[in-house]
Design a protein. Structure first.
Length: 499
């Protein structure tokens, strides 16, 4: 059986805690790998390695950092398929989707390659007689990232490339459900020339998480995951005097107005709701159909959903893979199984889906629920699976009020041909990321990703300008120098004397 160990101080370090976690192939249900689960002492070893490396990395030149990052970007590009294959083997998503994940992570590496312009300071001269004021940004020290199972390569790359480009050193605690991609990312960084200890990977469960949150040498923590855990991360890390960005869960809505292109809206709903098997925080999980178009829209979504090919992620014909674990598969199915009792019409029920030859895999089909009420479990909870709820509203105002009443505020979208309606929506909706005829409005790397309300705990969004600000702290320097003509008697600097 394959074993995944830690990466500390530029080399593989065997797990010493005696605790191991199983990693399964979601398509077969078979345990293929065991991953080391770190003790408090092993987390301390990773932080110690990062702290030691910071002594030189924190004062390294921008030219050195960007030179390594350019090499890293080239290596990541050359190993795209290998990284994607690891994601498919442990997460289950189809290979093309895994390649897309790697590509989105590369965007942030490319942003980090241009860190020289992001770290430029400001200068004001002559604010008073012979007084100048400058503002600079400096790294924090050792920072940590705790990342989820659904994007085991992309989300770590949303964090550590920018953090190390800013001069910090990094300890990554990836999900123990699909750990291999994180190790490969670290190995490639070392191959690119990143000094030992700048990037460390320590695997584990809550023991490792709590050790990072409590460690006095960790200055900041980045997190992406569910809302309850994000709240816990933020509360605990803040109590330990750390800077925190904790991105939580979502219930993303897509508002479809009567003038929308319904074919385009249906295409978007299917791809946004069922892509990555719904295991993404930017999935559209609720469609709000306005006025009389609901029946037609539901029918169009159904026709498209029924054609989606479900199968192993390494089969090129597959369009959707299995869910990450059997327990998660059963939890997702429970929402569909209970939907009718809570007033919904089950248009598509995917809970009985199996794949020939892979009967023990964590399979579930696509489910579509219509006439869903806002007090039902399927609507209130983040299901994190291929389940799409359709709600109905009589007016635009009713639809917006429904969306704004949600405790989540990660992403949302509107489908309309009317520019005025779209403009009102982007101003009136209470969410951090808005799409106009774009179902999954994930910002490009040089803008920042993050939600509102219970979808974000902390003051900074991830990557983009917010990411640079999160991984640095500002310093303002005020200087006054005497004019060289006022040099003391006996000191001749070649300037005319004022005395």
């Amino acid at each position: 059986m394959k074993t995944v160990n830690h990466w500390i101080g530029g080399k593989t370090v065997e797990g010493a805690s005696g605790n191991w976690g199983p990693v399964t192939d979601p398509a077969t249900g078979a345990v293929t790998t065991q991953v080391a689960l770190a003790s408090v002492e092993e987390v301390d070893a990773a932080v110690t390695a990062a702290r030691s490396a910071y002594a030189t990395w924190g004062t390294s030149s921008l030219a050195q950092r960007t030179g390594i990052l350019f090499q890293y970007r080239a290596l990541l590009d050359a190993h795209r398929d290998e990284i994607a294959a690891l994601i498919t083997a442990e997460h289950g998503k189809v290979h093309s989707d895994a390649l897309g994940e790697v590509a989105r992570g590369l965007e942030i590496v490319e942003l980090a390659c241009g860190i020289t312009t992001q770290l430029k300071g400001e200068l004001s001269t002559q604010v008073s007689s012979r007084v100048d004021v400058s503002s600079i940004r400096q790294p924090l020290g050792v920072v940590a990232g705790i990342t989820p199972f659904n994007f085991p390569a992309m989300v770590p790359m949303w964090m550590f490339p920018l953090a190390i480009a800013c001069g910090n050193t990094f300890v990554l605690k990836p999900s123990e459900k699909d750990p291999s991609a994180a190790n490969l990312l670290a190995e490639l960084a070392s191959e690119a020339g990143l000094p030992d200890g700048v990037l460390n990977v320590v695997h584990g469960d809550k023991v490792a998480v709590d050790a990072l949150l409590a460690h006095p040498d960790v200055s900041a923590v980045s997190f992406v995951g569910s809302t309850p855990i994000a709240r816990y991360i933020h509360t605990t890390a803040s109590a330990n005097h750390k800077r925190v960005q904790a991105l939580g869960g979502a219930k993303n809505h897509m508002l479809v107005l009567p003038d929308a292109d319904l074919d385009a809206a249906a295409d978007a709903a299917v791809s946004a709701a069922y892509g990555s098997a719904g295991e993404r925080c930017m999935a559209i999980s609720a469609v709000v159909a306005v006025s009389s178009i609901a029946d037609e829209l539901v029918q169009k979504i159904r026709e498209r959903a029924e054609k989606i090919k479900i199968g192993p992620g390494n089969d090129p014909a597959s369009e959707m893979g299995p869910l990450i674990t059997k327990a998660h598969r059963d939890k997702v199915a429970s929402y569909v199984e209970g939907a009718a009792a809570q007033g919904a019409e089950v248009v598509l029920d995917g809970t009985g889906h199996t794949v020939d030859g892979f009967e023990d895999g964590h399979w579930i089909g696509l489910s579509l629920l219509d006439h869903v009420s806002t007090d039902s479990d399927a609507y209130r909870d983040e299901i994190f699976g291929p389940v799409l709820c359709v709600l109905r509203a009589e007016t635009y105002e009713e639809g917006v009020a429904l969306i704004n009443a949600s405790p989540f505020g990660n992403g949302t979208a509107i489908f309309t041909r009317d520019g005025g309606a779209a403009r009102r929506f982007q101003l009136e909706i209470e969410a951090g990321m808005v799409g106009v005829n774009v179902p999954i409005p994930v910002p490009v790397g040089y803008h920042s990703f993050g939600g509102w309300k219970d979808s974000l705990f902390g003051d900074h969004h991830i990557y983009g300008n917010d990411g640079v600000h999160f991984y640095t702290r500002g310093k303002v320097v005020t200087t006054r120098w005497p004019d060289p003509s006022d040099a003391p008697a006996g000191v001749d600097l070649g300037f005319p004397r004022n005395h």
